[in-house]
Ligand binder design. Structure first.
Ligand code: S3P
Length: 434
């Protein structure tokens, strides 16, 4: 079981481009796989989750190769996979792929690592079944076997704020006989919509009852766009962002961070706590706004996060909780139910990590309270339970506690951020591996 330890650090300084966006990388491979022509991608995220998606697509006969600095995807003739597809830890990979393949006539069985095997798949299978999908599942969990099915359209209202569910329905809609509409009462990350449009899908998004109504008409042939570039992942940037905010004297520059407005909740929340985060050189990459972020250490104050603010920072709550441990006052986060079905039960895991660092916290069904203000003692050990973000949040905590923090199961970090330790150490952190 791989172990990492982070030691109290002097100031973090310098510049580091965090790895590319995971959500966009999965989608770029999948859309390239069904598009006409050759899709060329630069700065694809080369991490466990995205490589699991690439391996699964290759099992359908799709060619995905790295050629120099580019990843090249050639769709062409799809075939039936010969064995079960192991998506590892990748929730986005498996849920979007189930939608993508469901109307394409290729039977496939999906499995994953112990974390993915326990995650709910019914949220995707239910609307797909309504569209006509035939499948077998293990009580709404993996293994799931998709059978060749003829799909019809659907008018679907998202029952939970999930971009994976929205995307699975839209991707199934590409091979349905008629129009698919998805109503999202609460807007969630829209990379699928943006990238599908760039590939030529017939898709519109209109504001509707405070949310969005997305309409996808089948029939359009997706075509490889020009070179597709993937900017840096704001969810990965969140770790050095919080680290630089809480380690005295720090000032780091994080180039090319994607600033899709549905992903910037962490920046807004940290700023509301008093963090200093400047956006420099705003530009567009891969159809998304990006900027270099300059983050300078500052005194933080407590925050109240209402349920409406959670979807835009759904993956950043554990590391925001670390920031709250250093903020003056009691912070409270509400509306956290979706955290319980992530790579681990992240609500419980976040409470465990705070407690292991000696921080007083209270938690309920879907809320968390954190008493901040004192420098936490640290000294504890946290197991990732196959959850990369719990590992990284714990290591960020250990940079500013009195004693080091230890992580077991640290290999999970490679699912999204394989260079985490070296990148943080280059900025001045002291994270050891053993
Ligand atoms: C993702 C959507 C979110 C997020 C995940 C990536 C995506 O999951 O937590 O890391 O790329 O669509 P949910 O759809 O479960 O909220």
């Amino acid at each position: 079981m791989s172990r990492m330890t982070s030691h109290p650090a002097a100031a973090l300084n310098g510049e580091a481009r965090v790895p590319s966006d995971k959500s966009m990388s999965h989608r770029a491979l999948m859309f390239g796989a069904i598009a006409e022509g050759v899709t060329r991608i630069t700065d694809l995220l080369e991490a466990g989750d995205v490589m699991s998606t690439a391996t699964a697509l290759r099992a359908f006969g799709v060619s995905i190769e790295r050629e120099g600095a580019e990843w090249v995807v050639r769709g062409g003739a799809w075939s039936d996979p010969e064995r079960a597809l192991d998506l590892g830890n990748a929730g986005t990979g498996v849920r979007l792929l189930m939608g993508l393949i469901s109307g394409r006539g290729h039977p496939a069985t999906f499995v994953g690592d112990p974390s993915l095997m326990r995650r709910p798949m019914g949220r995707v299978l239910d609307p797909l079944a309504e569209m006509g999908l035939e499948f077998e599942s293990h009580d709404g969990r993996l293994p799931v076997t998709i059978k060749p099915s003829a799909l019809k359209g659907i008018d679907y209202e998202l029952p939970m704020a999930s971009a994976q569910v929205k995307s699975a329905v839209l991707l199934a809609g590409l091979s349905a006989s008629d129009t698919v509409t998805v109503f999202e009462p609460v807007p969630v990350r829209d990379h699928t919509e943006r990238m599908l449009k760039a590939f030529g899908a017939d898709l519109t998004v209109e504001p509707h009852q405070g949310g969005n109504l997305i309409t996808l008409k089948p029939g359009a042939t997706l075509k490889a766009p020009g070179l597709l570039a993937i900017p840096a992942d704001p969810s990965s940037a969140a770790f050095p962002m919080v680290a630089a905010s809480i380690v005295e004297g720090s000032s780091v520059r994080l180039p090319e961070v994607m600033l899709n407005p549905l992903r910037t909740g962490i920046i807004k929340a940290l700023r509301a706590m008093g963090a200093s985060i400047e956006e420099l050189d705003r530009r567009t990459i891969g159809g998304e706004d990006v900027a270099d972020l300059r983050v300078t250490a500052s005194a933080l104050k407590a925050i109240h996060v209402p349920p409406a603010d959670v979807p835009d920072m759904i993956d950043e709550i554990p590391v925001l909780a670390v920031a709250a441990a250093f903020a003056e006052g009691t912070s409270r986060f509400d509306g956290l139910h979706e955290l319980t079905v992530k790579e681990s039960d992240r609500l419980a895991a976040t409470a465990r990590l705070l407690t292991a660092a000696g921080v007083t916290c209270r938690t309920g069904d879907d809320w968390l309270e954190i008493e901040g203000g004192q420098q936490p003692q640290g000294g504890g050990t946290v197991d990732t339970d196959h959850d990369h973000r719990i590992g990284m949040a714990t290591l960020v905590m250990g940079l500013a506690t009195k004693e080091p923090m230890h992580v077991t199961g640290a290999d999970a970090i490679a699912t999204s951020f394989p260079s985490f330790r070296s990148l943080m150490n280059d900025l001045g952190a002291k994270i050891d591996a053993s």
